[in-house]
Design a protein around this ligand. Structure first.
Ligand SMILES: Nc1ncnc2c1ncn2[C@@H]1O[C@H](COP(=O)(O)OP(=O)(O)OP(=O)(O)O)[C@@H](O)[C@H]1O
Ligand SMILES: [Mg+2]
Length: 405
C-alpha cells in the first residue's frame, strides 16, 4: 500500500492557544486556568511538531498515566482524526510510541516515573500540567533535548499550583522563554455551565479563583497544610501495605470523592487511590466502593455522615460503611501532623487530592487575619475524605490493630 500524505486540516482555536501552538521560542509555556484548552493545545502542538519535522523525535508527557489515558488520549484521537492520521500512523501501544509516515516519532510518557523519561535524544517535548510534576522529571526531560540536526523546543502547559519550583523556573519571562497567559474564559469551546460551576466551587475573587480560573501564581496565605509539597510527599506506594480504609465525601454538582488510604508496614500512611467524579448516582458510588474494596482490600469506608441514606446504600451493596468522625479541627490536626512528619504520602495519580492540598485555606476574617479553626468551604472535597480516612486509621492505630491486621 502506498502511504497517503496526511491531509491538511483547519482547526479553530483561541488566540492564546494559537500563540502557543505557533511559537518557536526554545521554551514556551501556556500558563492558563482550568479548562482553558491547555491539553488540547499541547496535543495539537505535538502533532504539528511531528508532522512538520520529518525524522524528528519527541515526547508528550502527562503528570500521571491515568491522566495520559483520560485527558490526553481523547484529544490525540480527535486531532489525529482531524489531521487524517488515524490510518497512517503506527501507534505502538506496548511502547506508547507513535510513528508517523514521515519518519518522525514520539513517545507518550508520564512524569510520575522520572527515570522513564531518560533514553533517546529528542528534538521536542510537550509537558502537560507541569506544575504537578516533580522537579526531577522536568530536569530529566530538559536534559534530553539534543537530537542532532533539529531545532529544539520544550513546551509546557499548566495551571500554576502556588509558588513551587515551577514558578521559579517557568514563572518569569527570560531570554528564550515565552509565556502565554490565559484565563479559563478565553476558551470559547466551554459550555456556560462550566463557568458557573467554577464560580460555585472556587468562589469568585478568592485565591483559589485567582489560581484555578485566572491561571495566576498565588503566594498562598493561610494554607491549612503548608508543609505539603509535590517534591516531598508524592511517591509510588510500597508493596507492603498491611491495611486499607476508605474515606468518602458525597457530591453531586460538587465532586464526590472516594479515597483509599493504606498503612505500610513501617506505619506510614499512603493515599493509594482517588475517585473524583461529579453527577454520579449513589448506585454508581456503591459499585465503585465494591470495586475498590476488592482491589485494595478496604476494611471499612468512613463516609461523610450528612447522608445516612448513602451510607445505607453502600451497606446494602455489601460494603462495610460507617459514618465518619467529622470533628474538623482534630481531623485537620491529625492530617497536618502526618504531613509535617512525612508519614502521609500520596500516589502520583491522586492529582485532584494533590491540587486540593496545595490550595486548602483557612477562612479569612473581615480584618484580613486568618481563623485557624475553620477552613474555607471551597476546594475541600478530597480534603474531607482524606480527613475521614486519616482519623479512622489514627483510631485503628491507637488501638494497636494495624500491625496485626
Ligand atoms: N481549539 C479547540 N477546539 C475545539 N475544542 C476545544 C479546543 N480547545 C479546547 N477545546 C475543548 O475545551 C475543553 C477543555 O479543553 P482542555 O481539556 O484542553 O482544557 P485544559 O485546560 O487542559 O483543562 P484541565 O484544566 O481540566 O486540564 C475540552 O472539551 C476540549 O475538547
Ligand atoms: Mg488538561
Amino acid at each position: 500500500m502506498v502511504a497517503q500524505p496526511a491531509r491538511s486540516a483547519e482547526a479553530a482555536c483561541s488566540e492564546a492557544q494559537y500563540e502557543f501552538i505557533v511559537s518557536d521560542a526554545p521554551n514556551v509555556v501556556f500558563q492558563a486556568g482550568a479548562g482553558a484548552g491547555k491539553t488540547w493545545a499541547g496535543v495539537c502542538k505535538a502533532l504539528l511538531n511531528a508532522r512538520r519535522s520529518p525524522g524528528s523525535r519527541g515526547m508528550f508527557v502527562a503528570p500521571s498515566f491515568p491522566q495520559l489515558q483520560q485527558a490526553v488520549m481523547p484529544h490525540l484521537l480527535t486531532l489525529g482524526g482531524d489531521m487524517g492520521l488515524l490510518t497512517l500512523w503506527d501507534w505502538q501501544k506496548q511502547q506508547n510510541r507513535i510513528v508517523l509516515p514521515n519518519g518522525s516519532e514520539f513517545w507518550l510518557r508520564s512524569a510520575d516515573n522520572p527515570a522513564a523519561l531518560l533514553g533517546a535524544d529528542l528534538a521536542w517535548c510537550v509537558g502537560d500540567e507541569v506544575a504537578l510534576w516533580k522537579r526531577q522529571a522536568y530536569d530529566y526531560l530538559m536534559g534530553r533535548l539534543r537530537q542532532p540536526g533539529y531545532p529544539h523546543q520544550a513546551a509546557f502547559t499548566f495551571t500554576p499550583k502556588g509558588r513551587n519550583w515551577c514558578w521559579e523556573v517557568l514563572g518569569v519571562e527570560r531570554e528564550g522563554l515565552e509565556i502565554i497567559r490565559a484565563s479559563t474564559f478565553t476558551n470559547p469551546f466551554l459550555e456556560d455551565d462550566y463557568h458557573e460551576r467554577l464560580r460555585r466551587e472556587y468562589g469568585e475573587g478568592t485565591q483559589l479563583w485567582q489560581q484555578e480560573v485566572l491561571g495566576e501564581y498565588v503566594a498562598w496565605e493561610g494554607l491549612v497544610y503548608p508543609q505539603f509539597g509535590v517534591d516531598t510527599h508524592i511517591i509510588e506506594p510500597p508493596a507492603d501495605i498491611v491495611t486499607a480504609v476508605g474515606g468518602v465525601d458525597w457530591g453531586w454538582t460538587n465532586p464526590g470523592v472516594m479515597l483509599v488510604l493504606g498503612v505500610a508496614a513501617d506505619g506510614t500512611f499512603h493515599v493509594l487511590h482517588e475517585t473524583y467524579e461529579r453527577e454520579q448516582p449513589i448506585e454508581w458510588w456503591a459499585a465503585e466502593a465494591q470495586r475498590l474494596t476488592a482491589r485494595y482490600g478496604v476494611s471499612e469506608w468512613h463516609c461523610d455522615p450528612s447522608e445516612p441514606g448513602n451510607i445505607r446504600a453502600l451497606k446494602v451493596a455489601g460494603v462495610e460503611a460507617v459514618a465518619a468522625n467529622n470533628a474538623v479541627v482534630p481531623g485537620i490536626a491529625a492530617v497536618s501532623a502526618r504531613i509535617a512528619s512525612r508519614e502521609l504520602l500520596l500516589a502520583p495519580q491522586c492529582v485532584e487530592t494533590v491540587r486540593e492540598l496545595q490550595a486548602y485555606c483557612w477562612k479569612t476574617r473581615p480584618d484580613g487575619t486568618q481563623r485557624k479553626d475553620e477552613p474555607e468551604k471551597h476546594n475541600d472535597h478530597a480534603m474531607d475524605a482524606l480527613r475521614y480516612a486519616v482519623m479512622a486509621l489514627t483510631v485503628v492505630k491507637r488501638r494497636g490493630y494495624v500491625r496485626s491486621w
